[in-house]
Write a protein that binds this ligand. Structure first.
Ligand SMILES: O=C(O)CCC(=O)C(=O)O
Length: 279
């Protein structure tokens, strides 16, 4: 995985790497140790008890009773201002405007905390979300030749081989499908290693998964999903946020929340503004 800094993160070079190179890059120096410590403390405080919604475990994990060792914290914008700064970091905005179109949006911002002993996930793609298990429910010929998703992981704890740093197969973004056993994911994968504060940016078509945490410390990251403006976001963030947050949102945050995009809209003049009788 090629590594960049806030100073060297040239959008065209990074996009070439996302589309035609490894599918993933690392960027360091975007966040201060104070911001990372604040974000981590909020994530820990909101995941003290048990996991909220969990996704795509490796098959045996549920039976082994390990599900509670992976915890999600959703709707992070409502939980601390630091997450707005992460989501709208100018270096990321610059790259993503070129990658996903200038009016791209954010589909979700959540934390993934894996406690020591926590299971890995099954190798998957994040595009189009994780139900590409059923390709027939998507348009025929659907492929990854142009991006409809980008994923950012802001690393909060050391991401090492032992702690289960996200594994991915470099180059796997060139074909949109779920990996099968014949793809030998675990033999071919590399890991998105990094220090707290580093960012892994990848194209969601890239086969990837969290690996089991065999370290003696937590392994948490902020996962941010970005989408072109017309893709339905995963989290309904405007509905999850207080009106005061929406009223105070910066222009970039309004864009990320999809507030600038009008559709779906009631276009029938006879119905516009008339919500009576709606089912
Ligand atoms: O936390 C990680 O390492 C990756 C998480 C992930 O891929 C997911 O939840 O979709």
């Amino acid at each position: 995985m090629k590594r960049f800094t806030a100073q060297t993160a040239d959008p065209d070079t990074i996009i070439e790497e996302l589309l035609n190179g490894d599918g993933a890059v690392a960027i360091s120096g975007l966040f201060s140790p104070e911001e990372i410590a604040e974000a981590r403390a909020i994530v820990m405080a909101h995941s003290e008890n048990e996991g909220e919604k969990v996704t795509h475990f490796q098959g045996a994990a549920a039976e082994e009773g390990k599900i509670n060792l992976q915890r999600r914290v959703w709707n992070l914008l409502a939980k601390g201002e630091v997450f707005s700064r992460m989501a709208a970091h100018p270096v990321l905005m610059d790259i993503l405007r070129t990658f996903l179109g200038t009016e791209f949006i954010m589909g979700s911002i959540a934390a993934n905390r894996i406690l020591p002993g926590g299971p890995g996930q099954e190798p998957h793609v994040d595009y189009p979300y994780w139900d590409f298990h059923k390709p027939e429910t998507h348009p025929i010929g659907f492929n990854g030749s142009f991006p409809m998703n980008a994923q950012v992981s802001v690393i909060l704890d050391p991401f090492t081989a032992e702690s289960g740093a996200t594994a991915y197969v470099p180059g796997s973004q060139k074909e949109l499908r779920y990996p099968t056993a014949e793809d030998r994911f675990y033999e071919r994968c590399e890991q998105m290693l990094g220090e707290p504060g580093d960012v892994a940016l990848f194209y969601g078509v890239t086969w990837h998964c969290a690996m089991p945490n065999r370290a003696d410390h937590d392994r948490s990251a902020i996962l941010i999903q970005y989408l072109p403006k017309w893709v339905k976001p995963m989290e309904d963030m405007p509905a999850s946020l207080p009106q005061t947050f929406l009223d105070a949102a910066s222009p970039d945050m309004r864009q990320l929340l999809g507030l600038n995009y009008p559709y779906p809209e009631v276009l029938d003049a006879a119905r516009a503004g008339n919500t009576e009788g709606r089912a």
